[in-house]
Write a protein that binds this ligand. Structure first.
Ligand SMILES: C[S@@+](CC[C@H](N)C(=O)[O-])C[C@H]1O[C@@H](n2cnc3c(N)ncnc32)[C@H](O)[C@@H]1O
Length: 452
């Protein structure tokens, strides 16, 4: 309800009993959830949010009449259909949705829930769940509507991707965005050997394997992430949860011990911490972000990860405002720019509904301004890495092209051999990952070298 009515973020709603309690609605249980229930709540919140369009279409097919639904009743129906279809709960599970409607809405609502969900269980048994149909002669936008309902994505996004990738590849991308996301751990090699931690986790029942992309530093968690979190490994600074695509952006930056490095948009600091480990805590790393609050935890985490005092400086300036000031120019600057996040839809269940086509254009304007500001902070001969967690050309290659035409003192530099696996590099030598191709988040990174 809070996501729909108040625009709450999914990550802050599910999973954390301490966070959900102050906002608990009337009639909700007052006892905190145990970790198993909290996990289940998270799965429901993520799932119902991700599948919202398909669930609402199914509700429209299964209801005897049309018209607006009471908002709580709508959520109960979405939950019921999600649990039956996606979580494959047995038929009797619907009794709890019927009870919920009775308790939270009114007795007639319970009859509607019962009718709709029973209808669905019958269809499930008969293998006859309704599906949106493609008709011959449908236009591209009509086809995008059908795929958008079936894979629960907004039609504008589906159509955009169909124009770029074609239909078959778009369907793969949609399916990847709906899969349970892959989580990986960046092992803090300053404190622990990756082989030792891998073995310890496996012995503790966590299913981990080496990342195919960054096998010396990343472990992919196939199952048991909660156990990792529960073991206090994060608190002890032994590892952090980070997508391998984020790690590869730092690899592309390739910061060296003893250098003077700026992470210009650093919050919450995942990439800065990995850069720090690559620098072995030697030299100077400045982590800046316009949002000071989001950087608050970074110094504490850096200390727990074993970084020496004085190595990391945290700043909270709008990058565009500080570039006119005098700075000792940096050897390397990472600009991990704010973006649409359209490469990380598997992890951010609500993002697909929040984004609008116009966001891509407005991000591009900000990205250009940030690139111009970051460029001034790079020493002659130094390196600027521009990265996003978007897969949209307007936020990636096209920003690089526009930057190069404004800054003749910079050239695009292909990733040097050995830095990243060839499979994540495009024809220009830029890093470009896609969820359906690489099985990780979609991201982009380009090296821009300032002339001497
Ligand atoms: C993609 S996030 C950075 C993630 C970070 N690099 C990490 O790995 O944890 C983009 C960041 O840009 C910051 N940002 C947005 N506009 C900015 C500006 N004008 N100046 C500095 N930072 C800005 C946002 O606050 C946000 O934290």
């Amino acid at each position: 309800m809070r996501i729909d009515e108040e625009g709450a973020f999914v990550g802050l709603v599910g999973g954390s009993p301490t966070r959900t309690q102050p906002h608990a609605r009337k009639n909700s249980p007052s006892a905190p959830l145990d970790s198993r229930d909290a996990r289940f709540v998270t799965e429901l919140v993520f799932g119902v949010t991700r599948w919202r369009r398909r669930l609402d279409w199914l509700i429209s097919q299964l209801r005897p009449t049309g018209g607006a639904l009471d908002p709580q009743l709508l959520q109960i129906l979405r939950l019921g259909i999600f649990e039956l279809l996606e979580l494959r709960k047995p038929d009797w599970a619907i009794n709890s949705h019927v009870d919920l409607a009775k308790e939270l809405v009114r007795p007639e609502a319970a009859r509607l829930v019962n009718g709709v969900l029973r209808n669905l269980t019958r269809m499930r048994t008969a293998n006859a769940i309704p599906k949106p149909k493609l008709e011959p002669g449908f236009s591209q936008s009509q086809r995008a509507d059908v795929f958008g309902i079936a894979a629960s994505h907004p039609s504008w996004l589906v159509e955009r991707w169909m124009q770029r990738f074609g239909e078959a590849e778009t369907l793969k991308l949609l399916a990847s965005n709906n899969r349970r996301p892959v989580y990986s751990l960046r092992v803090n090699t300053m404190k622990v050997d990756i082989g030792v931690l891998e073995q310890e986790l496996q012995e503790g029942g966590v299913d981990v394997e080496r990342s195919p992309y960054l096998p010396e530093e990343y472990l992919r968690v196939n199952s048991g992430l909660q156990e990792v979190l529960g073991q206090g490994l994060l608190k002890d600074g032994l590892c952090q949860v980070q997508d391998e695509s984020a790690g590869m952006v730092v690899s592309l930056l390739d910061p060296q011990p003893g250098e003077h490095v700026l992470d210009a948009c650093a919050a919450p600091g995942g990439k800065a911490l990995f850069a720090a480990a690559r620098m072995l805590g030697k030299g100077q790393l400045v982590a800046n972000d316009a949002n000071a609050r989001r950087l608050r935890g970074l110094p504490g985490t850096a200390a727990r990860q074993g970084l020496p005092a004085g190595f990391l400086t945290v700043g909270s300036a709008d990058l565009r405002e500080q570039s006119g000031q005098r700075h000792v120019p940096f050897d390397r600057v990472l600009l991990d720019a704010p973006c649409s996040g359209l490469g990380v839809l598997a992890k951010r269940a609500d993002l697909r509904w929040r984004r609008q086509p116009a966001d891509i254009q407005s991000n591009a304007l900000l990205q250009d301004e940030l690139l111009d500001a970051a460029a001034q902070l790079v020493r002659p001969g130094g390196l600027l890495v521009y990265s996003t967690c978007s897969i949209e050309p307007e936020e990636n290659d096209l920003r690089v092209d526009a930057f190069l035409s404004r800054h003749p003192d910079f050239t695009a530099e292909p990733a040097p051999p050995g830095l990243l696996p060839d499979s994540v590099l495009d024809d220009n030598g830029f890093m470009a990952t896609f969820p359906h191709v690489h099985g990780i988040d979609g991201a982009f990174g380009a090296r821009l070298r300032r002339r001497q």
